[in-house]
Design a protein. Structure first.
Length: 392
C-alpha cells in the first residue's frame, strides 16, 4: 500500500509539473533559451534533442532599440538558492528588469542615475559570482552601474562609476569571475576592476590589446570570457579576420594579450568557453560561420579546431550573427545557439561533434536541419542566454 501511495504521488507530481509548464509556471528545473527582444524577453523550452519551442514572451515595457555592440550582453541569469532570475536591459528606458523564472512574471526593475544612458548602443549586464550584485554597462554615458539583487528578482541601484577607453572609447563588453570584472572599449582598450567591495574599482591596468596595436586600430576586443580559475581572460575581436586574444590574469591584473588569428572568417566578436573549458566557441558575426577552437585551460593556448558551413539565411533573412548560448551545460557544450539579427529575428542551432581534445582532437560543426527557430518578437536580436546559466 505504501508503494502504491508513493507511485500515485509521483504521478500526481509529474502531472502538476506538466500543468504548471503549460501555463507558464515552469519549475526551476526547466531549461530555457532566453532572448532579449528589446522590448520584452522570450522564453524557449529546450527539447531533449535541443530543439526550441517558444513558450512565452514576458513584456518589459518601453520600445525597441534595434542597435548596439555585439559584445554588450543584454541578458544575465541567476540560479542560486531560492532565486531563479533572468535579467534584461531595456536601453530605450534605461531600465534593468528582473523576471522570476518559476512564474515567468516580472519581479521588479530599477534604473541607474539620471546621467546613466545606454540608448544608442545598449546596456550590458554581468552577474557577480556571489549572486549579490548585477552590473550594468551604459554605453552612452560610459558608466558602470552597480545594482544589489533583492528577493523576488528585484533590484536596488547602489551607485555608478565612470569607465572609458584610453582614447575615450565607449564601454562595450563586460565579464565577471570571482572578484574581477573585465571590460572592453571601442578604441581597443581593455581594463580590469576589483569588485570585492561591490562597487568596481580599477586595478590600474588599462591598456591597448596587442592586436589593436599591431593592426594600428583595425582590430579591437569586443566580447569577453574568463576561465573558471580566473587564470585567463579571452577576448573575441571585431576584425577583418577571426582574431581571439588571451591575457594571463593570474596576478589579479591584465597582462599583454597573446593573439590567435585565422583567415577562416571575419569579425569574431562573440566568444564563449565550453563548460569543461576544452573548447572556445567563436561566432563570426559578419562571416556567417561558427568556429570551435581547442583551448588548454592550463597554458591558455589555443589550437585549430573546426568551422561550420555558412549559416542559412544570410542577407535574405538576417544581417549579422550575434550572441550565443550553449546547447548543453555540461562537457564540451554540444554546440551553440546563435542569435540572428534580422527583422524579425531567429535563433540558429549549430551542433558539435568531436573526438579527443587539444591539438590532437577533431571536431565538426553543422547547423541542424530544423534551424533556425523564429523569434517573431524581435526586430534585431543581439543577445541570448540560457537558464540555468553555465556554472562559471
Amino acid at each position: 500500500m505504501k508503494a502504491l501511495r508513493q507511485f500515485c504521488w509521483i504521478r500526481a507530481a509529474a502531472l502538476m509539473t506538466s500543468v504548471l509548464a503549460a501555463h507558464g509556471l515552469a519549475t526551476a528545473a526547466t531549461q530555457y533559451v532566453v532572448t532579449n527582444d528589446d522590448p520584452g524577453v522570450s522564453f524557449y523550452t529546450v527539447a531533449p534533442d535541443g530543439q526550441l519551442t517558444l513558450q512565452q514572451q514576458v513584456s518589459t515595457g518601453g520600445f525597441g532599440n534595434v542597435a548596439g555592440f555585439f559584445g554588450t550582453n543584454r541578458i544575465s541569469a541567476l540560479n542560486s538558492g531560492n532565486q531563479q532570475c533572468v535579467y534584461a536591459s531595456a536601453p530605450s528606458t534605461g531600465e534593468i528588469v528582473g523576471i522570476v523564472v518559476t512564474t515567468l512574471t516580472l519581479g521588479g526593475g530599477a534604473t541607474g542615475s539620471p546621467t546613466d544612458n545606454g540608448a544608442s548602443n545598449g546596456i550590458g549586464l554581468a552577474m557577480a559570482t556571489n549572486g549579490q550584485y548585477l552590473y550594468a554597462s551604459f554605453t552612452g554615458s560610459n558608466t558602470i552601474g552597480t545594482f544589489q539583487i533583492q528577493p523576488g528578482c528585484s533590484l536596488t541601484f547602489v551607485n555608478d562609476v565612470s569607465a572609458a577607453g584610453l582614447a575615450g572609447g565607449m564601454i562595450n563588453g563586460t565579464a565577471i569571475h570571482g572578484n574581477m570584472m573585465i571590460a572592453t572599449f571601442t578604441d581597443g582598450s581593455i581594463e580590469s576592476f576589483n569588485i570585492s567591495a561591490g562597487t568596481p574599482v580599477s586595478n590600474g591596468d588599462e591598456q591597448y590589446s596587442t592586436a589593436t596595436l599591431t593592426t594600428k586600430d583595425a582590430t579591437y576586443p569586443n566580447s569577453i570570457d574568463i576561465t573558471s580559475d580566473v587564470h585567463f581572460a579571452i577576448f573575441g575581436d571585431t576584425s577583418t579576420a577571426a582574431v581571439v586574444e588571451v591575457s594571463d590574469i593570474s596576478s589579479g591584473k591584465l597582462t599583454p594579450t597573446l593573439v590567435h588569428t585565422s583567415k577562416a572568417s571575419i569579425n569574431s566578436s562573440n566568444v564563449m568557453l565550453s563548460p569543461d573549458e576544452t573548447l572556445l566557441y567563436v561566432v563570426d558575426t559578419q562571416g556567417a560561420k561558427v568556429s570551435a577552437i581547442f583551448f588548454d585551460k592550463t597554458t591558455g593556448k589555443l589550437s585549430a579546431g573546426c568551422v561550420s558551413g555558412r549559416i542559412r539565411g544570410e542577407s535574405a533573412n538576417w544581417s549579422y550573427l550575434a550572441g550565443l548560448g550553449l546547447i548543453s551545460l555540461t562537457g564540451n557544450g554540444g554546440g551553440v545557439y546563435v542569435a540572428e539579427f534580422g527583422g524579425p529575428s531567429a535563433i540558429a542551432m549549430v551542433k558539435l561533434e568531436s573526438s579527443g581534445r587539444g591539438g590532437g582532437g577533431k571536431c565538426s560543426l553543422r547547423e541542424v536541419p530544423k534551424s533556425p527557430f523564429a523569434d517573431p518578437n524581435s526586430q534585431g536580436l543581439l543577445s541570448i542566454g540560457t537558464f540555468p546559466p553555465r556554472s562559471f
